[in-house]
Design a protein around this ligand. Structure first.
Ligand code: PEP
Length: 255
């Protein structure tokens, strides 16, 4: 399938950066830097910045996402945020299963699945993160591992709901390290993700799936990564905090 027919999505993951006041400032810069993009542009902010981000992006081309969500709608889960709380704010997207959540907050493939189902049920679009560690790559199990992560994350997700899922391939060794996967490595795993989704849902669904690459993507390497046939967008950490760098990646995706 022609890649141009799929939705290209560039999403910024701000991680634990920016106060609400700083958020308003950065969104102001982004609104000037990113205009008429040829792709969907999402900024995922800390929970505390979401109301401000939703407000500041109104009427612009920027969409707002959260960085995590709990799998229950409400209840005795002190400190957690549910999917209906996000949609009520006007949030459209959520990142699920980021490797930092897997590493530091005991996220498992099973909780990634539960969060994905809860987010989809509430009407959110979900960016599901998968990817191998350096050790796993060196052991030669990258494809098997990523296939497993995708299969478990999507358990119980209907073909209709899959239309609201993006899968982000994020090799753990490339996140925040400045060490990017080569465009060929990114392509190889993004294609494998599309293959497993094809096995689960059929080829048309796989052809329509947006698969992102994430891991030290920046203004200098984005064009090459995004030129690959199965890389439909990017999940951007560090470079999403600088308006010019983020805008350059958006531009590369729109070409
Ligand atoms: C991320 O946090 O998802 C990410 C890809 O970070 P960075 O771009 O900084 O590697």
């Amino acid at each position: 399938m022609n890649k141009q027919l799929r939705k290209a999505v560039i999403a910024g993951n701000w991680k634990m950066n920016k106060t609400p006041t700083e958020t308003a400032g950065l969104i102001g810069q982004l609104k000037s830097a990113v205009q008429n993009p040829g792709c969907e542009v999402v900024i995922c902010t800390p929970f505390t910045s979401l109301p401000c981000a939703v407000d500041a992006t109104k009427g612009s081309c920027l969409h707002v996402g959260a960085e995590n969500v709990h799998f229950e709608a409400s209840g005795a889960f002190t400190g957690e945020i549910s999917a209906p709380m996000l949609t009520d704010l006007g949030v459209e997207y959520v990142i699920v299963g980021h490797s930092e959540r897997r590493q530091y907050f005991a996220e498992t493939d099973q909780t990634v699945n539960k969060r994905t189902l809860a987010a989809l049920a509430a009407g959110l679009k979900v960016i599901v993160c998968v990817g191998e560690s350096l050790g796993q790559r060196e052991e030669g199990v990258t494809e098997e591992l990523v296939r497993l992560q995708v299969k478990i994350a999507l358990q119980g997700v209907t073909a209709e709901a899959l239309k609201n899922v993006i899968i982000a391939y994020e090799p753990v060794w490339a996140i925040g390290t400045g060490r990017t996967a080569t465009a060929d490595q990114a392509q190889e795993v993004c294609a494998a993700i599309r293959r497993v989704v094809g096995e689960l849902y059929g080829q048309p669904a796989a052809d329509g799936l947006t698969v992102q690459y994430g891991g030290s993507m920046n203004a200098g390497n984005a064009a090459e990564l995004l030129s690959k046939p199965d890389v439909d967008g990017g999940l951007i950490g560090g470079a999403s905090l600088k308006a010019d760098a983020f805008a350059a990646i958006v531009e590369a995706a729109g070409r």
